[in-house]
Design a protein around this ligand. Structure first.
Ligand code: NAD
Length: 482
């Protein structure tokens, strides 16, 4: 059977199934504001069927040689590479990403799957001498069992693969819940995997739905580990829910990334990187620069060049691949516009853009314009609350030390950026920033790095060695041979 997202949205134990639910969530094209399909939400019983299937499949999956598990994940990587165009079509339609960013997301997902597959023969433990005569201790890495993956709408494919690939390579089985705003690309990818990759039944299950379905998954007895990406409040709710039976959690949450532009920065590099970072995916990325601290000596020059570059960002139908498409939903658009209005009430000046759009590319669509706010103080809410849209407040600072102090004055601690030509300042700032990742004179992470939120930006991290091994727990085996 082939998936029909409106009719057979459940993937359980190797088959597509209809749902008993009357609760349907419309999936809206952010350019037309119209639903193109409405997807039933899984019921509690259906969620449980999925977790039970994952539980039943897990022991045998774990016993398979890791290389065989890796081979299947490499097949998923090939499949992604072979289907960039068709998956990108759906991704643009349901999320509003520009064509090239959508293609990049699918290509990046293939890279994630390939990179993570290579941990198959690197699930290493330790052997240490014991404390008794003729005793040796093996520290082994074992999977947790059943992993629940809860996915946000802003990267429905790459975050799905980012959770799936390391979880199954290390011997876990999975139940994935896509975001209610963007389930269709995930279901299409699942359908390709179903047809082309010989994954054993039960290793990967999918249950669509909203927060209630996610909460049901977290509290389900069969789930041993929850890996979620989303906002801080949702992460806290999940952690509370998981606490009841001490289900392990890994939470990749929101950010409020600062960019520090020092007096000696290469302004062109800073402007280029910050504009790209703030406008990619209409500013709906957890690593986006969300506040800019500029040294007073270069504040005027930076503001002028930055404002001009933000004004030049072309907005349009994401299918035509402009610089920026719409926001994902009416709700997200309203939140961004409200943040701009509130900043202005608190004294900010709009140097570019602003709430609403001057010239919308079409009559319908959740359009927003790249917005630069100047005359911004550290006390304003726009400096402290996550704004998931292309809004860039600029704050003048007297020194890099003050910039670091302001940057660290946040409940978030995900990404941070520094632009300076001084080796000494770059090293000192990077050491002092209380963030899980710092980019010096550039932006964009790599698979072999580690993407991790400090403070309220999360618990646990993704990518690299630590992102792969977090899906394992350590078991000590004592060998006595006296
Ligand atoms: P969200 O928290 O609203 O939703 C994320 C997922 O959690 C969705 O699948 C949703 O249905 C589910 N959910 C909602 N309530 C739940 C509950 N009580 N129990 C279990 N699941 C529940 O986030 P979003 O709006 O989809 O995504 C945007 C947020 O994600 C932003 O804050 C962004 O910064 C963050 N994000 C973080 C990273 C990272 O790597 N740190 C990456 C991408 C996005």
């Amino acid at each position: 059977m082939t998936v029909d997202p409106g009719k057979t949205p459940l993937y359980i134990d190797g088959e597509w199934h209809a749902s008993d639910s009357d609760d349907r969530i419309p999936v809206v094209d952010p350019t037309t504001e119209e639903a193109f399909v409405s997807v039933p939400s899984a019921t509690e019983a259906e969620v449980h069927r999925a977790t039970a299937a994952a539980r039943a499949a897990q022991p045998e999956w774990e016993r398979r040689p890791a290389k065989e598990r890796g081979d299947l994940v490499r097949e998923i990587a090939d499949l992604l590479e072979d289907n960039v165009e068709s998956l990108a079509d759906t991704l643009v339609r349901e999320q509003g990403k520009t064509r090239s960013v959508a293609e990049y997301e699918i290509e990046a997902s293939a890279d994630i799957a390939r990179y993570m597959s290579e941990w198959d023969r690197r699930i290493e433990g330790d052997v240490v001498p014991g404390s008794e005569p003729r005793q040796s201790i093996n520290l082994l890495r074992k999977p947790y069992g059943v992993v629940a993956g809860i996915i946000p709408w802003n990267f429905p494919v790459s975050v799905f693969v980012r959770k799936l690939a390391p979880a199954i390579v290390t011997g876990n089985t999975t139940v994935i819940k896509p975001s209610e705003l963007t389930p269709v690309t995930t279901l299409e990818l699942m359908d390709l995997i179903h047809k082309e990759v010989n994954l054993p039944s039960g290793v990967l299950n999918i249950v669509p739905g909203g927060g209630a379905v996610g909460a049901g998954l977290v509290s389900d007895d069969e789930v041993d580990y929850v890996t979620m990406t989303g906002n801080v409040d949702t992460g806290k709710a999940i952690m509370r829910n998981a606490a009841d039976d001490l289900t392990r959690v890994s939470l990749e949450l929101g950010g409020k990334a600062p960019a520090i532009v020092a007096a000696d920065a290469d302004i062109e590099t800073a402007v280029e990187n910050i504009v790209a970072s703030r406008t990619i995916n209409a500013g709906q990325v957890c690593t986006c620069v969300e506040r800019i601290y500029v040294h007073e000596d270069v504040r005027e020059e930076f503001e002028e060049r930055f404002t001009e570059a933000m004004r030049a960002v072309e907005i349009g139908d994401p299918r035509d691949d402009p610089d920026m498409g719409p926001q994902v939903s009416a709700n997200e658009l309203e939140k961004t516009n409200n943040a701009i209005r509130h900043a202005v009430e608190q004294g900010a000046t709009v140097a570019a853009g602003g709430a609403g759009v001057d010239e919308a590319p079409a009559e319908t669509g959740f359009w927003i314009q790249p917005t630069v706010l100047t005359d911004v103080d550290q006390d304003m809410d726009v400096i402290h609350e996550e704004v998931f849209g292309p809004v860039a407040p600029v704050v003048e600072v007297a020194s890099v030390d003050q910039a670091v102090e302001f940057a660290n004055d946040s409940r978030y601690g995900l990404s941070s950026y520094v632009f300076t030509e001084s080796y000494r300042d770059a090293m000192r700032i990077a050491e002092d920033l209380e963030f899980g990742e710092t980019f010096i004179n550039g932006s964009g992470g790599a698979q072999q790095g580690h993407h991790i939120g400090w403070n309220e930006s999360g618990i646990g991290g993704e990518d690299g060695k630590y992102g792969a091994m977090k899906y394992t727990q350590i078991k000590s085996v004592y060998h006595n041979f006296d």
